[in-house]
Design a binder for this molecule. Structure first.
Ligand code: SF4
Length: 399
């Protein structure tokens, strides 16, 4: 991997990545750990949905992509980033909808050269010109979603030709010399295509530097439980990720396990929360309820995070309930919490509470009988330092 990074990457971009993302994000996690000791939570990694609109209609998507367009305005975005920077944050995930449909996306990112942005995109608007602009900025990496083969991809994403357009976006980004990642949401119909060393080899051949394995979650107005992985399939994904991390020259991200293979929920640990296009502050993108907004009301962003009873009670309930995902395992408890706080349904469709009530509990990443520790010592050390449960599950029953 070190050889690939040194040989294949642009050194100016490498410096930005190392300084903004490496040093900056590491220090922000360090500050998070210090705040936790004082009982304060301000997530070092904020994920910001800057727009609800999207050109695709993927199966099981929980974003109101077909509703009237709503965006985070440049002013609101800059205020949010400035206030988060004051807390030490340097890394931000930009999500949607499709972020490239926001008319000011790259101009907004250009205003914060001391930060690093990861843009989750389907790649269809990633033209050579936009890729070139990203290269000029140097502080942004696109993470393009690919859902498997042409047939599976097009079926899951609601129309033909989706995969080839995404791969064109990947090529444009790589041709411009931008650090590029590919993410996949693993489900029953693509697991056999994706959990293959050949898939990882193909990404490496293309020049992709990192890949992220999500697991499909049946949320939103049209969930598709038939796509959910079984618990055994979940273990297969984890084993594959650990094996590939130890053997292939590509960075692999998964957000649900520490270095020892123990499950965790990033929202329960407070390492990340989510901002929706209306400015609502949510525990995570699939918990679409909020009591706070980033928009001005006389309080600072710090105050809103530190004093939010809803967010604090969500984290406590999630950690008390399971090391896995409370939404999947105990939607009933989450519904009670939302009702007790009178948290607003943060969707445009206004059916999120009923959707929660209709969910069937199912297993999540918590599976103590089949924990798979990291084999690659670098991941073990990195996770011990920067990505673990930060002690939030200590003294709690195992779930
Ligand atoms: S609540 Fe579930 S989906 Fe949300 S961050 Fe936690 S584990 Fe992930």
């Amino acid at each position: 991997m070190a050889k690939r990074v040194l040989v294949e990457t642009d050194k100016r971009l490498l410096w930005k990545l190392a300084y903004n993302m490496g040093v900056g994000a590491a220090l922000s996690v360090h500050r998070h750990k210090r705040r936790l000791k004082r009982g304060q939570v301000f997530p070092p990694f904020l994920y910001i949905s800057i727009i609800n609109s999207c050109n695709l209609r993927c199966q099981g998507c929980w974003v109101d992509v077909a509703h009237k367009q709503q965006t985070i305005s440049p002013d609101a975005f800059h205020r949010l980033i400035r206030e988060a920077k004051a807390m030490g944050n340097r890394f931000f995930g930009i999500v949607g909808g499709e972020p490239f449909m926001h008319p000011h996306l790259l101009d907004m990112l250009a205003e914060h050269p001391d930060c690093y942005f990861q843009v989750f995109t389907n790649g269809h608007f990633l033209t050579p010109e936009r890729a070139r602009r990203m290269w000029q900025l140097g502080n942004v990496t696109p993470l393009l979603s690919v859902e498997g083969t042409e047939i599976v991809s097009d079926e899951r994403r609601g129309r033909g030709g989706v995969l080839s357009k995404t791969l064109t976006g990947v090529k444009n980004a790589l041709d411009a010399g931008v650090f590029t990642g590919v993410c996949t949401s693993v489900c029953r119909t693509n697991i056999d295509d994706l959990l293959k060393p050949e898939w990882i080899d193909r990404l490496i051949e293309l020049g992709v530097l990192y890949t992220w394995f999500h697991v499909y979650r049946p949320m939103g107005p049209n969930p598709n439980p038939d796509l959910c992985l079984t618990q055994d399939q979940g273990v297969r994904v984890r084993k594959f990720v650990v094996e590939m991390r130890a053997t292939k020259p590509i960075v692999i991200v998964d957000a649900y396990h520490d270095g020892e293979g123990k499950a965790l929920c990033p929202a329960a640990t407070g390492i990340s929360h989510h901002i929706n296009p209306w400015g609502g502050i949510e525990p995570c993108p699939i918990v679409q309820f909020s009591t706070e907004s980033i928009h001005p009301d006389g309080r600072t962003l710090k105050d809103k995070f530190l004093r939010s009873a809803f967010l604090a009670d969500f984290r406590k309930l999630a950690a008390d309930t399971t090391r896995g995902c409370i939404v999947l395992e105990r939607p009933d408890l989450l519904k009670q919490l939302v009702e007790a706080h009178g948290a607003a349904d943060a969707t445009a469709r206004k059916t999120a509470l009923a959707e929660l009530g209709a969910m069937t509990p199912r297993p999540s990443q918590y599976n103590p009988a089949a924990e798979v520790p990291e084999r690659n010592p670098l991941y073990r050390v990195a996770k011990r330092l920067f990505f673990n449960d930060f002690g939030v599950y200590a003294g709690r029953p195992p779930g």
